[in-house]
Write a protein that binds this ligand. Sequence first.
Ligand SMILES: [Zn+2]
Length: 212
Amino acid sequence: MNVKSFTFNPFMENTYVIHANGKGAIIDPGCYDPAEQKQLVDFIKEENLDVQMILSTHGHIDHVLGNAFVKRNFNVPLWIGEHDVETFKAVEAYAPNYGFQNYEAAKYDYLIKEGDTIEIGHEKLKVLFVPGHAPGHIAFYHKEDGFVIGGDVLFKESVGRTDMPGGDSDTLMNSIKKELYSLPNDTVVYPGHGERTTVGHEKQFNPFCRVS
Ligand SMILES: [Zn+2]
């Protein structure tokens, strides 16, 4: 699959469009202002993509700012993790405190379970359950092409913060070791912030979660 990344909103959140054979999904649309929305729409038009769904790694504000716009614009369902509904629903109340007066909450359409397989055309994504940064955080693993869209779990030489509601450091470390570090070393990790990395690089160099 092709993986296109955008960096949106003041939190510098990575939004991904993954696609193959004209069909795609938008993961964590964080576009907030009209220029960002246009950037995303232009890409979809240029590639002539049939967008099938929005997939959400977790419900923090920076990862959901574009949900309502994308749902409306492409008329697609929003899929979120079954254990992250509360995180997702909490955004509306705190968005103005972060300066997002125009935040528009989107309704989710489907709940995703650990171990589910998401199909986009002929492509398959396996759902990994990786709580710790958010209680219902999930990641999307494409085995054939060796990549994972990981959200805010594992970053290049860093890890997701655990000081927000439902966060837990031990749980996060366990998620990384059990679910991500068990993937092949050359698996590319596309994180929710910052540049991409690989499982092998993080196992060797991540100062917060290393396996020797
Ligand atoms: Zn987050």
